[in-house]
Design a protein around this ligand. Structure first.
Ligand SMILES: [Zn+2]
Ligand SMILES: [Zn+2]
Length: 353
């Protein structure tokens, strides 16, 4: 019976590592494409000439550009719920619950966080450059990289009595409290946008998510920071993909080595079998001459102790007994010497000159 060269566990590990590596490589390629596009994106100055430039551009559209300006609402700005006088165009309110959960595996209390409530508000806004030139920003919530300023953060400590404590030990959950935060993209903040720039029919410049599927960015950091951050992420994915690909290769190598070793053993057995066959062919040649001379009745002097017909042809090691023929050796139910019961480590053909 031929043994399947890959064991289930090895196959599972190999498949998993290759699949993970492939996924990471896919993410890396995507990131790398984003970084390349960012590197190629022209950086435009937001001034009066921009609308004229777009007007002469075919399709009145620039596929992927970088533009920087100050945030200005088109209508009424949003007002902070917690900080008087703070106004913005995007607001994110969040309520998170912090608690300690009993981990029965490590037998410790570990921190756990859960979002209880989240609300995002946004009003239409533009980026304003010099000469009051402005670009309307469309779909700001679809953009990546928008880190807003935290203008309010308050932790409400949980209070509990004696019965609560007993309940906590029974349920394995200890509430710590709730964290309330408000983030805001403030009016007047400098924002860098990377996306598709169009001149609409109403002669308004608009920045929107690229129609070719490239990543849309809005960030309060400068362009160089954004580029370096994306570059760093690409490197991380590349390293992860390489690590898992290496793990996959190591498993393949391991399986290959094991398969080669088993082949070697099989080749050795085959070689030995042929050797014995050659010897046996020589032996029967002699036997037939004996038969020919009418000595059929006389039992063979050195006959195999098992079949009593073939000549003994094996030296069993380590005990050194010469007691059986090769086919009887192969038919032994256990690899032990039929005379002394010692384990047979190796068998060599017996050459009689
Ligand atoms: Zn035999
Ligand atoms: Zn023996």
């Amino acid at each position: 019976m031929e043994e399947f060269p890959v064991r289930t566990v090895e196959g599972l590990c190999l498949g998993t590592s290759l699949a993970i590596s492939g996924f990471f490589y896919y993410v890396y390629r995507k990131k790398r494409k984003t970084v390349d596009k960012l590197n190629d994106a022209p950086r435009l100055t937001l001034d009066g000439k921009l609308a004229d430039l777009l007007n002469v551009t075919p399709g009145k559209c620039l596929q992927y550009v970088v533009i920087e300006g100050a945030v200005q609402p088109l209508g009424e700005p949003l007002r902070s719920q917690f900080q008087d006088g703070s106004m913005g165009v995007v607001q994110k309110l969040m309520l998170r619950e912090h608690k300690l959960v009993w981990n029965s595996l490590s037998r410790t209390w570990t921190d756990s966080e859960r979002v209880l409530h989240q609300r995002v508000n946004a009003v239409p806004f533009s980026l304003v450059g010099s000469d009051q030139a402005n670009v309307r920003v469309l779909c700001p919530l679809e953009a990546s990289g928008l880190e807003m300023e935290i203008i309010h953060e308050k932790f409400h400590q949980a209070t509990y009595g004696f019965t609560d404590i007993i309940g906590q030990y029974l349920s394995g959950e200890k509430p710590k409290g709730q964290l309330e935060t408000e983030e805001m993209l403030k009016v007047g903040a400098t924002l860098t946008g990377v996306g598709e720039l169009i001149l609409d029919t109403d002669r308004v410049l608009k920045l929107r998510p690229p129609t070719d599927g490239s990543e849309y960015f809005l960030t309060t950091a400068d362009f160089e920071t954004l580029r370096l951050e994306q570059e760093g992420q690409a490197v991380v994915w590349q390293v992860l993909a390489s690590v898992f690909a290496l793990a996959g290769s190591a498993i393949l190598l391991w399986v290959g080595c094991r398969y080669y070793r088993s082949l070697r053993v099989r080749w050795d057995q085959e070689r030995l079998r042929r050797e014995f066959e050659r010897l046996a062919a020589g032996g029967t040649g002699e036997g037939s001459t004996q038969e020919g001379s009418g000595e059929q009745e006389t039992p063979l002097e050195n006959a195999c102790v098992i079949c009593l017909t073939q000549p003994r042809s094996c030296v069993l090691l380590e005990c050194g007994h010469v007691c059986c023929c090769y086919s009887c050796y192969q038919a032994l139910p256990q690899p032990t010497c039929p005379i002394c019961r010692q384990a047979i480590k190796r068998v060599v053909p017996l050459y009689q000159a």
